[in-house]
Design a protein around this ligand. Structure first.
Ligand SMILES: Cc1cc2nc3c(=O)[nH]c(=O)nc-3n(C[C@H](O)[C@H](O)[C@H](O)COP(=O)(O)O)c2cc1C
Length: 201
């Protein structure tokens, strides 16, 4: 079959994207409002971009009514954020934090996620996350407008807080990191079954 995106509404396009493009890493993003209230939400349209300068991106869709999500409102006011990685052990609070709470109500407090202070930016990080990237906003690229349109957030990575527990000989060890990935719908994957391949010369 051919799925003709030109004939689909945004809501009908969405499942084809999230069911097909996977597994996706999860950015668990902490931000603060202009008056300092914290926010935490997961985004799986997430990737590293380049190392010069060290840059990552995540994409926040407008909600079904076309309203900006709290993360975007916050980053527009306070152009800083932390991307916390999500190991299997943190899957439940990560999932809970995707609830649409009223603006200004903190997912850290509501779901008892312990924050830890950041060193370069105002938003706190997730204390139990094994890797947390402190970022300053590079730019927001808007794709489309209205419901489900994209706000692609690019961030320059200022520093990473890395737990010693996920290192082997000083290098990040994917077997210890135990990150989860998002598949379609409510399905996730673990990174416990790894294999290696040598790159061609
Ligand atoms: C694993 C997971 C991945 C998600 N990925 C995205 C995403 O890439 N983009 C998006 O707009 N929403 C995504 N969501 C939904 C947001 O987390 C949800 O809309 C949240 O309420 C936004 O929070 P905020 O309004 O505090 O920014 C995801 C939810 C989960 C559970």
């Amino acid at each position: 079959m051919i799925v003709d995106f030109g004939q689909l509404t945004p809501r009908d396009s969405y499942p084809w994207l999230i069911n097909a493009i996977n597994p996706r890493p999860i950015a668990w993003v902490s931000t603060v409002s202009a008056d300092g209230r914290t926010n935490l939400a997961p985004f799986s349209f997430f990737q590293g971009i380049c190392a010069n300068p060290p840059t990552l991106m995540f994409s926040v869709a407008n909600d079904r009514t076309g309203r900006k999500k709290d993360t975007i409102v916050n980053v527009e006011h306070v152009p800083e954020f932390v991307v916390n990685l999500v190991p299997y052990a943190l899957r439940e609070p990560m999932n809970l934090s995707s609830a649409a709470l009223p603006y200004g109500e903190s997912e850290f407090e509501r779901f008892a996620v312990a924050p830890a202070p950041s060193t370069h930016v105002r938003p706190p990080r997730v204390g139990a996350s094994p890797v947390a990237f402190e970022c300053k906003l590079d730019r927001i690229v808007r794709i489309g407008e209205g419901p489900l349109a994209g706000n692609v957030v690019f961030g320059t990575i200022l520093c990473a807080h890395v737990s010693e527990s996920v290192l082997t000989d000083g290098v990040l060890d994917p077997r210890k990191l135990d990150t989860i990935g998002r598949m379609g719908g409510d399905t996730y994957t673990r990174t416990t079954e790894l294999f290696t391949m040598e790159r061609p010369a």
